[in-house]
Design a protein around this ligand. Sequence first.
Ligand code: SAM
Length: 217
Amino acid sequence: MPSSLTAPQRVRNRFTTRARQFDDLYEDERLLVRLLRPGLFRRRQLAVDTVREYGQPSVLDVGCGSGRIGEFVLEAGASRYLGIDFSAPMIELARDRLERFGPRAKLVTEDFLTAPLEGTFDVVLALGLFDYLPNPAAFARRMFEHCAGGGCLVGSFPAWSAVKGPVRKVRYEWLGDCPIFNYDREGLERMFRDAGFARTELRTPGHSGFLARAYRE
Ligand SMILES: C[S@@+](CC[C@H](N)C(=O)[O-])C[C@H]1O[C@@H](n2cnc3c(N)ncnc32)[C@H](O)[C@@H]1O
């Protein structure tokens, strides 16, 4: 049964108590782990490809976690990187990991919806984030506000599947006290359009979710 905490509090608890456990998922790049969790590596690759396409973009990484994607996009040429996450242990791990990039990389421990953020970014990353958001439209709107003209949002979105859907529901919501949400193509296209994005590209690698790029004109 879910606790009496709000959905964002439950998500924050999960990623506060399990920061290291989440981070370790990336460490093990053996074939079996890659087969079990292909989404982790596919979304990181899309972030890297997007940064390379833009050249030396500024990057906002919402729900940056332990900086596992941050280090790749900085290596790929991001001129400026701001990672934001409301889990303090995740930000600690990210700080250690991204220290070598000096002032190009900044990190803040805040809730994205209420964080005092200024300016716009060429690329806004939201990878492994929308899975946990009860109010995704509000996040998409705020991401649009901080996306520069000509820029894009890169996001990952789980979809319900007959096998993975029930397993994730039991694992996260029932056993882990953490809310989890799924998306479909029409809903995503509508959400991005309503947020202000001019064009959306959706891919369905592996068919258990979407990788999206939404462009601001
Ligand atoms: C599954 S992790 C993904 C981390 C990273 N993007 C990656 O793909 O490796 C999701 C992260 O989103 C963060 N998060 C969830 N809701 C948030 C919010 N409202 N504001 C800031 N961070 C949030 C969590 O704390 C967690 O670290």
